[in-house]
Write a protein that binds this ligand. Structure first.
Ligand code: ATP
Ligand code: MG
Length: 563
């Protein structure tokens, strides 16, 4: 569908909302909300949901509330509340003064439940949860009425009051809506509205021992807040008739629920329950482990808010579910970091190079641009001396023809510095391992240019041994291995045992000595690396590889275009 003003296409959610505005619904108002349950950290799937809600409101000069759906005290925690707010703000969205909690409405919800009871539309049921399940029937068979369904209104009011007063044990009774046990929609088969749970709540303390279910809470909270469009993920589509039933029977303001497809990403899992399992069982170091698809994990890994927003824009909003390739997310990060990340030199697997004809104690400073993509980023001075480190895999003793890096007798450029030629190789006598290269340099090639214009194809990054700063570097792979294509393997069986590899003894240039945690750099020829915000310290730097330089997404999209 085309947007008449911009000529760009709009998704179906935006089209529906535009239609509501055109027909004058809600006096043209747009008011959305994001309703996370504070039982875990937000992941990038949640980001899809909240960026959609906040963006749509902003596009229409409307409002978007943040509402914690805190109806299950057993799983919820203020740690989660705080992290959720931090992550939404980090991505660049703001709920202003509209921070709400479903628990703020517990009194109103109780009154509304009493209203349904008094109208004969809700009843107290004594069936156990197993019995309720049994009576519910199946998709092909209708359910059976609860034997408690026809209690008198007086009895229901009395029992509900005593449920609230704490007279009954956990699970002993429920309040259920009285709808239709034969409905083809299972959600309408007398759904539970309240359950008894003697548990303290992080906001209401011990005031309540009955807690409302999600379905009973959600639409009424939307209504109380004057939300016009309740945008949620597709699994709630079958709940919409119930959402509508409650609001219609209560006769209160009726927002419109619209469902969109959830985000799925290859190589990872977007389910709080499973992410919590990874945390609890120690497969990761926490919710903010740099391998996690949580916003805190992505942030620690080196993802920028701009890259995530761009990714979500490209994924778009649709009704049908699909798995998005992680390579697209990485591509978006690479594009953003290419623009903004300073370039530095870091040697991950160092090999000593001694330049025999360079004066012993001399140190020269070479100027290096911080970002060729951004002239405004300035430059810095790099110290060069007689002994430098290069990358161990930039040397081969017996190279194939097209290897343009170091090998006996070959000349390469040390970036920003000089041309050097490998003259001999020093090995450990016992193991045969190469421990050092002896080179000579061309004093006329200052800055790395051959004085006679001779061709030198290889350019290596390096750091001066006397100035280098040691660092630990963490490399990551996907949390999950690709499944067998048949979905037969369980999630735990797919855990990638090699999702983390740690390189110690890496050497980085001295300008990084006092770099701030959370900053991201391009290590020339090696990828983008972010200083770990938890474990890195001055003198013991720790870098996370955010993403490599190899753009698999470009390859995938090229292959798709060629199909
Ligand atoms: P999970 O399934 O990971 O436990 P949830 O849906 O139970 O997530 P909520 O806190 O209820 O977690 O989610 C808040 C909102 O985020 C919901 O409206 C839900 O629709 C949306 N959401 C959750 N996961 C995704 C996803 N993968 N893609 C898009 N939206 C999502
Ligand atoms: Mg949910």
């Amino acid at each position: 569908m085309a947007d008449s003003e911009t000529g760009t296409s709009v998704d179906f959610v935006r089209a529906m909302i535009a239609e509501d505005i055109r027909t004058g619904k809600n006096d043209g108002r747009v008011h959305t909300r994001f309703p996370p349950e504070p039982n875990g950290y937000l992941h990038i799937g949640h980001a899809k949901a909240f960026s959609l809600n906040f963006s749509i409101a902003a596009e229409h000069g409307g409002l978007c509330n943040l509402r914690f759906d805190d109806t299950n005290p057993l799983a919820e925690d203020v740690e989660y509340v705080d992290s959720i707010m931090e992550d939404i703000r980090w991505l660049g969205y703001d709920w202003g003064d509209r921070l709400y909690y479903a628990s703020d409405y517990f009194d109103q919800l109780y009154e509304l439940a009493l209203q349904l009871i008094r109208e004969g539309k809700a009843f107290v049921c004594d069936l156990t949860s197993d019995e309720v399940r049994h009576y519910r029937g199946t998709i092909t068979e209708p359910g059976r009425n609860s034997p408690y369904r026809d209690r008198t209104i007086e009895e229901n009011v009395d029992l509900f009051d005593r449920m609230r007063a704490g007279e009954f044990d956990n699970g002993r009774r429920t309040l259920r809506a009285r709808i239709d046990m034969a409905s083809p929609n299972m959600n309408l088969r007398d759904p539970v509205m309240y359950r008894i749970l003697h548990a303290a709540h992080h906001r209401t303390g011990s005031k309540w021992c009955i807690y409302p279910t999600y379905d009973w809470t959600h639409g009424q909270s939307d209504s109380i807040e004057g939300v016009t469009h309740s945008i949620c993920s597709i699994e709630f589509e079958d709940h919409r008739p119930l959402y509508d039933w409650y609001l219609d029977e209560l006769g209160i303001y009726h927002p419109r629920q619209i469902e969109f497809a959830r985000l799925y990403l290859s190589g990872t899992v977007l389910s709080k329950r499973r992410l919590l399992q990874l945390v609890n069982e120690g497969h990761v170091t926490g919710w903010d482990d740099a391998r996690m698809p949580t916003l805190s994990g992505l942030r620690r890994r080196g993802y920028t808010p701009a890259s995530i927003r761009e990714f979500l824009k490209r994924v778009g909003v649709a009704k049908t579910e699909s798995v998005i390739d992680m390579a697209l997310l990485e591509h978006c990060l690479r594009e953003d970091l290419n623009r903004v990340a300073p370039r530095v030199m870091a040697v991950l697997k160092p090999l000593r190079v001694v330049i025999d004809n360079y004066p012993d104690d001399k140190v020269e400073m070479f100027s290096a641009a911080n970002n060729p993509e951004d002239p405004g980023a300035g430059s810095r001075e790099l110290p060069f001396s007689k002994v430098v480190y290069v990358e161990r895999d930039d040397f081969l003793e017996d190279p194939p023809r097209k290897f343009f890096r170091l090998a006996p007798g070959r000349e390469v450029r040390l970036k920003h510095a000089y041309l050097v030629t490998c003259e001999s190789v020093v090995k450990d006598e016992a193991t045969g391992e190469v421990t050092e290269l002896r080179c000579t340099y061309d004093p006329e090639s200052r800055g790395g240019e051959a004085p006679d214009g001779r061709k030198v194809r290889g350019t290596l990054h390096w750091v001066s041994v006397g100035h280098a700063v040691p660092a630990e570097v963490r490399l990551f792979d996907h949390l999950l291995l690709p499944d067998d294509g048949e979905g037969k393997k369980g999630f735990m069986e797919l855990l990638n045992p090699e999702s983390l590899s740690v390189l110690t003894g890496c050497m980085v240039e001295p300008s990084l000595c006092d770099a701030k945690p959370g900053r991201t750099y391009q290590f020339l020829r090696r990828g983008y690396f972010c200083i770990d915000s938890v474990d890195s310290q001055a003198g013991a730097l720790v870098f996370n590889r955010a993403v490599s330089l190899r753009d698999t997404w470009a390859r995938i999209s090229k292959a798709q275009a060629g199909k």
